[in-house]
Design a protein around this ligand. Structure first.
Ligand SMILES: *[C@@H]1O[C@H](CO)[C@@H](O)[C@H](O)[C@H]1NC(C)=O
Ligand SMILES: *[C@@H]1O[C@H](CO)[C@@H](O)[C@H](O)[C@H]1NC(C)=O
Ligand SMILES: *[C@@H]1O[C@H](CO)[C@@H](O)[C@H](O)[C@H]1NC(C)=O
Ligand SMILES: *[C@@H]1O[C@H](CO)[C@@H](O)[C@H](O)[C@H]1NC(C)=O
Ligand SMILES: *[C@@H]1O[C@H](CO)[C@@H](O)[C@H](O)[C@H]1NC(C)=O
Ligand SMILES: *[C@@H]1O[C@H](CO)[C@@H](O)[C@H](O)[C@H]1NC(C)=O
Ligand SMILES: *[C@@H]1O[C@H](CO)[C@@H](O)[C@H](O)[C@H]1NC(C)=O
Ligand SMILES: *[C@@H]1O[C@H](CO)[C@@H](O)[C@H](O)[C@H]1NC(C)=O
Ligand SMILES: *[C@@H]1O[C@H](CO)[C@@H](O)[C@H](O)[C@H]1NC(C)=O
Length: 895
C-alpha cells in the first residue's frame, strides 16, 4: 500500500511545475454550473471569484481553472461538466461517491496531466476516450467498480508515469502494449480479475520501480524484463497462478527492497544472484513449489528483515552463513524438507524474533545456547525429528511468548528452568516426545500461559499442586502419560474435558470418572473444597470485603457446578419440584409498571425446569419465564451463595437496585431479583432476537436470515454506545463478547451481564481472579501481565466483537492455525499478503462499494481497538462524552 518516497516527491514536483496554458474561454459559467450540480461544501461564498473556492487553483492571470482537487468531499452527481474546464492540468476526484460510467468527455481535457478518480463508485468499463489525453502523466482509477478489459486506446498515453487500476473487477489480460509505455514507473493492477500472462517485455522499455499485481489470476512466468533496467524497488505478485522460475536477473536490482511472490506455483531454485539485491529487506515466497537448498547468498542481503520460505520443497541444511544477517527478525521455513542441526550460527542473529523451523526433518539436537538470541519470542520446532534433551539453558529465553516442540524425539526430563520463562503465554507444547520423569513444579510459575500440552510422553508422578500458579491457563493436555495421584482442585483442570487427562492409569479425581478412593473419598474431597473456600476467603479478605459475597458466589459456582448437579440428582430434585415451591427469602421488582405482572413463585418454578433453559454462561444459567400475566422474562440464575456468607446479601441487593436505575437503551439492566435457598435469580425483560453470537455464528439461524451490513453496522454502533455509557459511569464490563450482546426484535443491541461487572467491581480488586478474565478469544493480551480488567481491555474485547461482525468468524477457530485467534489472524493479513477481501465477509463486502467502504472503515477502528498496546486503543469514555463520535467517525469515514 505504501509507496516509496521518490514517488511522492515526483508528485510534488509535478504539482508545482508551472506551464502556461491557453485558456479557451472563461470558466465562470462552468464553475457555477458545477457548484449547482455538486453542492460542494464551501463553494460559492464569493460567486465572483471561483478561483478562491476550496480545492480550486487558477492560472496566474486568474481566469482559467488549472487544478481541481475535490478529494474527500463526499460528492455525487454529474461530474461530466468538469470536462468543460479546458485548461485543467490536475483533476483529483478521489474519495467521493461518484457513480455511473467515467464521463468519456474527460477525454477532451487535452491539458490534463494528473487524473485521480480512485475510491469512487464508477462502474462499467474504462472509456477508451481517456486514451486521447496525450498529456496525461498519472492515471489512477483504483478502487472503483470498473469491469471489462483494459481498453487498447490507453496505449496512446505514451508519457504516462503512474498507472493505477487496482481494486476493480477488470478482466481479460494485461495488454502487451503496457510494456511499450516508455515512461512507466508505477504500475498497480492488484485485486482485479486479470488473467493470462504478464507481458513478456514489461519493464524492458521503462524504468519500472513499482509493480504490484497481487490477487489476480495471472499465469505464466515472472517476466525477466521487469528486472532488466535494474530500477525495480517493490515487486508484489502474491496470490496468482504464476509458474516457472524466479529469474536470475533479479540480481540486477540493487534497490529492490521488497519481493513478495508467495501463493503462486513457482518452481526451481532461488537464484544465487539474490545475494546481489543489497537493499532486500523483505523476501516472502511461501506456498510455492520452490526447491533446492536455501542459498547461502541470502547472507549478503545485510538488511534482510524477513525471510519466509514456508511450505515449499526446500531440502538440505540451513546454510550457516545466514548467521550474518544481523537485521533478520523473522526466519520462517516451516513445511519444507530441511534437515540437519538447528544451525548454531543462526543464534548470532541478534534481532531474531521468530524462528519457525516446524514441519521439516531437522534431526539434530537443540543447541545449548539456543537462547543467545535475546529477542526471540517465537521458537517453533514442532514436527521434526529433533533428538536429545531440552537444554536447561532454555530458561534463558526470557522473551519467549510461544514454545512449540511437539512431535519430535526429545528425551530426558522437562527442565525445571522452563518455569523461568515468565513471558511464556501463547503456548507451551512438548507433546508427542519421549520425555520422562516428573512434571516440574516450577511450571506453576508460568502465570501468563494460556495453553499447556505435555500429552503423549512418559511423564510420571503427580500433577504438582504448584501448577495452580498457572493462573491464565485455558487449555491443558496431560493425556497419555504415566501420571498418578489426584488431580489438583484447580478450575482450569476441572473445566477441561476428560480427554485432557485420559490415558494416565494412575490419575484420579475430577474431571476423570475414576474417583480417588481410600483417603481421597467424598469426605476427603469435601475437605479440599473447604480449604479452597478458606483460601479464597483469605485472599479476598485481604483485599476489600464489599463484594465478597458475589465473588464467592462465582467461585463456588465454578467449583461446585458438577458436584451440585450430582447432589440434586441424588436427592431426586433434579428436574421437577413444582409440587413444593421453595421458600423465597427476598425479592423485588425495580420497575414500577412491571410489579403487577411478575409472579415470583412462577418465576422460581420456571428455573427448575431444564426445558426452559435458554443458555449457560460463565457465571449463570438463563431461563425463559412466561408469567401468568403473559409477560415474558429472561431469568438469570446465579448459583450457590454459601450459607456462611449469606449475610452479605443486603449489600448485593443494594448494588442490584442501583443497577436497576442505570438507564441506557443499549444496556440490559435488571428489572428485579429473587433470592431463594442459596440461589439468586436476576430478572430481565426477554429479548426475542437472541444474542449477537447466535445471529452471526448459529448456522441453523443463518440459513433463514443472513444479517446484512447496515444491520451489523448499527449493532456495532449500539454496542459502542452501551459501553461508552458504562465507562462514563465508571463501570468496567468483565465479559464483553458477542454471546453477551442481546438483540431486541428490531436488532437493537443491548449489552448484557452488566450485573456481574458491577458485583465484581475490578476497581475493588475482586476482579483479579483469573476466572473473571472474560471469554476466550476476547481477553486482552495485557491481561496476562496485569490480571486486571481495564477500560482499554474492554475496548479490546469490543474490537474482537467488531471483527466478528466484519468477518462472520468466531473469535477462536482452529481454521486460523495453531495459536492464532481472530485478532492475530486479521492483524497478520498484510504479512501474509492477504487483502481485506480475504478478511471481510465477502458475501457483504462485494455487495456494494458503499458497504465495502464502510466495512473497511470499521476494520480500521477494529484494528485500533485490538492493538496489543492498551494505550494505543481509542477510548470509549471520551467518545461518549463527545456524544459518541465513534459512531460518527465510523459513519464519517464510511458514507
Ligand atoms: C490568461 O493567460 C493566458 C496565457 O497565459 C491567456 O491566453 C489568456 O487570455 C489570459 N486570460 C485573461 C482573461 O487575461
Ligand atoms: C469576491 O472576490 C473578488 C475578487 O477576488 C473581490 O474583489 C471581492 O471583494 C470578494 N467579495 C467578497 C464579499 O469577499
Ligand atoms: C487535495 O485535497 C485534499 C483534501 O482536502 C488534501 O489532503 C490534498 O493534499 C490535496 N492535494 C493537493 C495535491 O493539493
Ligand atoms: C451529465 O451532463 C452531461 C452534460 O454536461 C450530459 O450530456 C449527460 O447526459 C449527463 N449525464 C447524466 C448521467 O445525467
Ligand atoms: C470533445 O470535444 C469535441 C470538440 O469540441 C466534441 O465534438 C466532442 O463531442 C467532445 N466529446 C465529448 C465526449 O464530449
Ligand atoms: C492515485 O495514483 C496516483 C499516481 O500513482 C497517486 O499519486 C495518488 O496518490 C493515488 N490516489 C490515491 C487516493 O491513493
Ligand atoms: C469480463 O467482464 C465482463 C463484464 O463483467 C463480462 O461480460 C465478460 O464476460 C468478462 N470476460 C471474461 C473473459 O471473463
Ligand atoms: C540498509 O538500510 C539502511 C537503513 O534503511 C540504509 O541506510 C542502508 O543503505 C541499507 N543498506 C543497503 C545495502 O541497502
Ligand atoms: C539427518 O538426516 C540426514 C538426511 O536424512 C542424514 O543424512 C543425517 O545422517 C541425519 N543426521 C543424524 C544425526 O541423524
Amino acid at each position: 500500500m505504501a509507496f516509496s518516497p521518490w514517488f511522492s516527491l515526483f508528485l510534488l514536483g509535478f504539482l508545482y511545475r508551472t506551464q502556461l496554458v491557453v485558456a479557451q474561454k472563461d470558466d465562470r459559467s462552468t464553475m457555477l454550473a458545477l457548484k449547482e450540480e455538486l453542492s460542494v461544501p464551501g463553494w460559492g461564498s464569493n460567486e465572483s471569484d471561483y478561483c478562491t473556492w476550496a480545492g480550486v487553483h487558477c492560472s496566474s492571470n486568474g481566469s482559467s481553472v488549472e487544478m481541481l482537487n475535490l478529494s474527500h468531499f463526499e460528492l455525487r452527481g454529474n461530474i461530466s461538466l468538469a470536462s468543460e474546464l479546458k485548461a485543467l492540468k490536475w483533476l483529483d476526484l478521489s474519495y467521493n461517491n461518484f457513480n455511473g460510467p467515467i464521463p468519456p468527455a474527460f477525454g477532451n481535457l487535452s491539458q490534463l496531466e494528473f487524473l485521480d478518480l480512485s475510491w469512487n463508485k464508477f462502474g462499467s468499463s474504462i472509456p477508451p476516450e481517456l486514451g486521447n489525453i496525450r498529456s496525461l502523466r498519472s492515471l489512477n482509477l483504483s478502487n472503483n467498480f470498473l469491469v471489462g478489459r483494459i481498453p487498447d486506446d490507453l496505449q496512446n498515453l505514451k508519457g504516462i508515469h503512474d498507472l493505477q487500476i487496482s481494486g476493480n473487477k477488470l478482466n481479460g489480460s494485461i495488454p502487451k502494449w503496457v510494456a511499450n509505455l516508455s515512461n512507466l514507473k508505477v504500475f498497480t493492477a492488484y485485486e482485479n480479475e486479470l488473467s493470462g500472462k504478464i507481458p513478456e517485455n514489461l519493464g524492458s522499455s521503462s524504468e519500472l520501480q513499482l509493480l504490484n499485481l497481487h490477487s489476480n489470476y495471472l499465469e505464466g512466468p515472472i517476466p525477466k524484463a521487469i528486472f532488466a533496467l535494474g530500477k525495480l524497488e517493490v515487486l508484489v505478485l502474491t496470490m496468482n497462478k504464476l509458474t516457472g522460475n524466479v529469474p536470475e536477473l533479479v540480481g540486477n536490482c540493487k534497490g529492490l527492497s521488497s519481493i513478495r511472490i508467495g501463493n503462486n506455483r513457482l518452481i526451481g531454485n532461488i537464484p544465487k544472484a539474490i545475494g546481489n539485491v543489497s537493499s532486500l529487506t523483505y523476501f516472502e515466497a511461501d506456498y510455492n513449489n520452490l526447491s533446492g537448498e536455501i542459498v547461502p547468498e541470502f547472507s549478503r542481503c545485510s538488511n534482510l528483515t524477513l525471510l519466509n520460505l514456508a511450505f515449499n520443497g526446500f531440502t538440505g541444511m540451513i546454510p550457516p552463513e545466514l548467521g550474518e544477517l544481523m537485521n533478520l527478525q523473522e526466519f520462517i521455513v516451516s513445511g519444507n524438507s530441511l534437515f540437519g542441526d538447528i544451525p548454531k550460527s543462526l543464534l548470532r542473529c541478534k534481532n531474531l524474533n521468530k524462528l519457525d523451523l516446524s514441519n521439516n526433518r531437522f534431526n539434530g539436537t537443540i543447541p545449548q545456547d539456543i537462547c543467545n538470541t535475546a529477542r526471540l519470542q517465537f521458537l517453533l520446532l514442532s514436527q521434526n525429528s529433533i533428538r536429545g534433551e531440552i537444554p536447561h539453558e532454555i530458561g534463558n529465553c526470557v522473551k519467549l511468548l510461544e514454545l512449540q516442540m511437539g512431535s519430535n524425539y526429545l528425551t530426558g526430563s522437562i527442565p525445571p528452568e522452563i518455569g523461568w520463562i515468565k513471558n511464556l503465554q501463547i503456548a507451551l507444547n512438548l507433546s508427542f516426545n519421549h520425555l520422562h520423569g516428573p512434571l516440574p513444579s516450577e511450571l506453576g510459575k508460568l502465570d501468563k500461559l494460556v495453553s499447556l500440552d505435555v500429552s503423549n510422553n512418559q511423564l510420571s508422578g503427580n500433577i504438582p499442586s504448584a501448577l495452580k500458579g498457572m493462573m491464565s491457563l485455558i487449555e491443558v493436555n496431560f493425556s497419555n502419560n504415566l501420571l498418578t495421584g489426584q488431580l489438583p482442585t484447580f478450575a482450569p483442570f476441572q473445566k477441561s474435558p476428560q480427554s485432557s487427562f485420559s490415558g494416565n492409569k494412575g490419575l484420579c479425581g475430577e474431571p476423570l470418572n475414576s474417583s480417588c478412593g481410600g483417603s481421597f473419598g467424598p469426605s476427603g474431597e469435601g475437605y479440599h473444597h473447604k480449604v479452597s473456600y478458606k483460601i479464597v476467603l483469605v485472599v479476598i479478605g485481604s483485599g476489600l470485603t464489599v463484594f465478597v459475597s458475589v465473588t464467592i458466589v462465582v467461585v463456588l459456582f465454578m467449583m461446585r457446578e458438577k458436584q451440585e448437579k450430582a447432589a440434586k440428582l441424588a436427592a431426586g430434585i433434579a428436574d421437577d419440584v413444582t409440587a413444593n415451591p421453595p421458600l423465597i427469602i427476598a425479592g423485588n421488582v425495580f420497575v414500577e409498571n412491571l410489579r403487577q405482572a411478575i409472579d415470583f413463585d412462577a418465576t422460581v418454578k420456571t428455573t427448575l425446569k431444564d426445558s426452559n433453559k435458554l443458555s449457560t454462561g460463565t457465571f449463570s444459567t438463563v431461563y425463559k419465564a412466561v408469567m401468568p400475566s403473559g409477560l415474558i422474562l429472561s431469568v438469570k440464575r446465579l448459583k450457590s451463595i454459601d450459607k456462611a456468607v449469606i449475610h452479605h446479601q443486603n449489600k448485593m441487593i443494594r448494588e442490584l437496585e442501583r443497577l436497576g436505575k442505570l438507564c441506557h437503551e443499549n444496556l440490559m439492566r435488571p428489572v428485579g431479583f429473587i433470592i431463594y435457598e442459596d440461589i439468586v435469580l436476576l430478572l430481565h425483560e426477554y429479548l426475542p432476537g437472541g444474542t449477537l453470537a447466535q445471529l452471526l455464528h448459529d448456522s441453523s439461524l443463518k440459513a433463514e436470515y443472513e444479517p446484512d451490513w447496515p444491520t451489523r453496522f448499527s449493532i456495532a454502533i449500539g454496542v459502542a454506545q452501551g459501553l461508552s455509557f458504562l465507562h462514563h459511569v465508571a463501570i468496567i464490563h468483565l465479559d464483553i463478547s458477542s454471546g453477551n450482546i442481546l438483540l431486541d426484535a428490531n436488532s437493537k443491541p443491548l449489552v448484557g451481564e452488566v450485573e456481574i461487572s458491577r458485583l465484581l467491581d475490578p476497581s475493588k480488586g475482586t476482579a483479579s481472579i483469573s476466572a473473571v478474565a472474560g471469554s476466550f478469544g476476547y481477553i486482552p493480551p495485557e491481561y496476562a501481565y496485569t490480571m486486571q480488567v481495564t477500560a482499554p481491555g474492554n475496548v479490546y474485547s469490543y474490537g474482537v466483537v467488531l471483527l466478528e461482525i466484519l468477518t462472520t468468524r468466531l473469535p477462536v477457530d482452529e481454521a486460523f492455525g495453531e495459536g492464532i485467534d481472530l485478532v492475530k489472524w486479521v492483524h497478520g493479513a498484510p504479512a501474509r499478503g492477504e487483502t481485506p477481501e480475504q478478511i471481510l465477509d465477502a458475501r457483504l463486502s462485494t455487495v456494494s462499494f458503499a458497504w465495502r467502504k464502510e466495512m473497511l472503515a470499521v476494520l480500521k477502528v477494529a484494528l485500533l481497538c485490538t492493538d496489543s498496546t492498551p494505550a494505543k486503543r481509542p477510548k470509549m469514555k471520551k467518545k461518549y462524552q463527545l456524544n459518541s463520535p465513534l459512531s460518527s467517525s465510523i459513519k464519517g469515514r464510511g458514507s
